[in-house]
Ligand binder design. Structure first.
Ligand SMILES: *Cc1c(COP(=O)(O)O)cnc(C)c1O
Length: 341
């Protein structure tokens, strides 16, 4: 298989159509057999449910080329399961988890020429999503749904090393108590755009959302979970029912405990204790970990000792170990790597 002629070292995180996308549709209680299409456009009815009531869920994961030339995906079973959970919460049909994995294998195999080579730092970002494609106007689940899996080669989120970012404590909420904060749905992102742009206009990179019930505990940013390191080297992650269960966060906490020998705790994290932490980062598939240098809480600056120049030592070690596992340089825990080619 000949790789595409792309400047792999200079890719950004941006859409680009690739050769194939996988498509399956649901109607009358049954999923169609999936097909691979070379058409990047979608045609649908003007009254499709997704356009009116936002019945849509999605996932994000990556395919990597390892040193020995294999192509692998990282813990895709967790994405399959999370997408099923998201679908159930929005009264959408579940795309069977086993079929999700088979579709992913077929999709990556068909697009193998687009999976960046080992050492380039780039990866193939895969975006599975499902939406109400059938027409409806009364508020109820749509009569027809479409599952689609698209992808694009993307560069490392941070070229030339990760620069710590500045985050503000946000006055908007990302999720409601007992709402949909714990599922991966486009509607949560639609809500976050205004807060995101406002943060940018005020000179911040991201928002720190607080728990919507008491507004005193840390939740997450618009699209990444928080990690904190205490001055004793303990890794702390916020506990809350309205945080999206990040695959990266669940993997990093395992790596911290089993590979780096750190103590790991998941508990409520009060905004008032932020100044006690030594390091802070946010994590997700796209960036793995992005270090946070400063949190600004209504004018009050909380500067983490790790500073604004480079990630803190534990943040860096976590990043190196997890990306080493993903790229096949460090032995992975049983079941984390799904070999495709
Ligand atoms: C996708 C997402 C994350 C990160 O999850 P990963 O599985 O690690 O990519 C975090 N927060 C929100 C709101 C998300 O949608």
């Amino acid at each position: 298989m000949e790789k595409k002629n792309i400047d792999w070292g200079n890719l950004s995180f941006a859409y680009q159509p690739i050769d194939y996308r996988y498509i399956a549709t649901w109607k009358d209680g049954v999923w169609s057999e999936g097909t691979m299409s070379d058409d990047p456009t979608v045609q649908m009815n003007e009254c499709a449910g997704v356009l009116h009531y936002c019945q849509e869920v999605f996932e994000g994961l990556k395919a990597y080329t390892t040193k020995d030339g294999s192509i692998v995906t990282f813990r895709p079973d967790l994405n399959a399961k999370r997408m099923a959970d998201s679908a159930r919460r929005l009264e959408m049909p579940v795309f069977p988890e086993e079929r999700f994995l088979e579709a992913l294998d077929a999709f990556v195999r068909a697009n193998a020429a687009w999976v960046p080579p080992y050492g380039s730092g780039a990866t193939l970002y895969v975006r599975p999503y499902m939406y109400a494609s059938g027409p409806m106007v009364a508020v109820k689940p749509a009569p027809e749904f479409t599952f689609r899996m698209i992808g694009m080669p993307v560069g490392p989120y941070f070229k030339g090393g990760a620069k710590p970012i500045t985050i503000r404590v946000c006055d908007y909420d990302r999720a409601a108590p007992r709402g949909t904060g714990n599922i991966k749905a486009g509607l949560n992102y639609a809500m976050s755009m205004h807060a995101q742009m406002e943060a940018h206009r005020e000179g911040f990179d991201e928002n720190m959302y607080l728990d919507p019930e008491t507004r005193s505990f840390v939740e997450e940013t618009g699209g990444a979970n928080f990690l904190f390191v205490t001055k004793d080297g303990e890794l702390v992650t916020p506990a809350s029912d309205s945080i999206l269960p990040s695959v990266t966060r669940r993997s990093l906490t395992y790596v911290a405990e089993k590979y780096l020998g750190l103590k790991v705790t998941q508990r409520k994290v009060a905004v008032s204790e932020l100044a006690d932490f030594a390091e802070c980062g946010v994590c997700g598939t796209a960036a793995v970990i992005c270090p946070v240098g400063k949190v600004v809480d209504h004018g009050k600056e909380i500067c983490f000792p790790a500073g604004m120049e480079k990630p803190g030592p534990i943040t860096q070690k976590l990043y190196d170990t997890l990306t080493g596992i993903q790229m096949g340089d460090i032995e992975a825990p049983e079941g984390w790597i799904r070999k495709i080619v």
